[in-house]
Design a protein. Sequence first.
Length: 404
Amino acid sequence: MKAYDIVVVGASVAGTAFAMALRDEGLRILVVDPQVDFDESRMTWGHDIEPNGLLALDWLGLLDDIKRLGVRHERWIAEREGGGRLSEWRYDELRHTHAYAVCVRAHLLRRRLRERLSGVDVVIPGAFQGYRRVEGGVHVDIEVEGERRTASAKLLVGADGPRSRVRAQAGIGARVRRYSHSWVDTIMSRDDDTLTEGHIYFGRGSYLGVVPTRPGELVAFELTAGPHRVGGIERFREDYVRRAPILAGSVDSVESWDQVTVAPGFRMRAERWVADHVALLGDAALTVNPITSQGVSLALEDALTLAVVTGQAFRRGDFTARALRPYELWRRPQAERIQELGDLSLWGFTRRSRVLSALKERTLRHLAADRDFRTYVMASYCGLHWLTPKPLTILNAVRRPHPV
């Protein structure tokens, strides 16, 4: 049995960022994940990393890497289906050191995080099989190429996603709810001169977004409550051009359904984020709707915050739930507010009611006319909680004055 200070289960965004944040602290860290690589053909989506996530990447020394792998954009332009601008949201209106966003393909982000993961032991593929509490820590069982191995640690970190086995082993319950709409992502070619910013097209009960992901490429994403393959790929292309004319020069690059990924939407909220000698990270603790664009950014912030609390725990020699609790107390309120904002956005953007559609357009016009309100909404979506002392609700979204 090999002794470690920390065992991290999950080598995606949160787990690798956490290990990177502590790699220079002289701690013995083991990272375990069953997934050997990330399949570009199956991960047909991009992560739009906003100011809070960019700041975390900068702290980790990864920002320049991610900017080279993705595309920087400065704003989102809201339009009616078929064209017609409603408003735009500019990141430079935020009081932030990183007032922009970078959209990067999911597989590229994860690969680069793993490539930069030095100074720690990595077992990939390796499958978490369970853990046992022992005096002063835990014994973690891992299966590697059919062989069971055991590692000891002071702290076990579950960064193994919304169906976290670490969370289940720790006896931490979770509330899970399926959303009414699924998320559809499609990779297309793009003219780099035509599409340089993010666009969202709003219709009656419909939501279609477009954003560049790398030179010559974009991702189109939409919410759908029904089957997306009705009528074949040609009808799919025609529908997208009708709704988002900016895609006219891009849709012909969609030749098969293999370029389209459909992800069922659901929300998960763990009852607790910590237990004795155990902490949960990222989607293992809480998931947010992709409509918020905050999943990766929140995971990065979780990782850095837990790294700070973990450092304190090692200095004190205390890994009880009480000692780890400051991590949850700091991170959970922001994450839950973003989760609730995602629920509100999904409800407001997908209702087919004429009244609600009119209210949606009214809200978007408010954004165009009222800079303070626009900044408040942007800060809410970007997780900048110090700029948003009151949560954004349906009432203050459709009426003035803004909730500042």
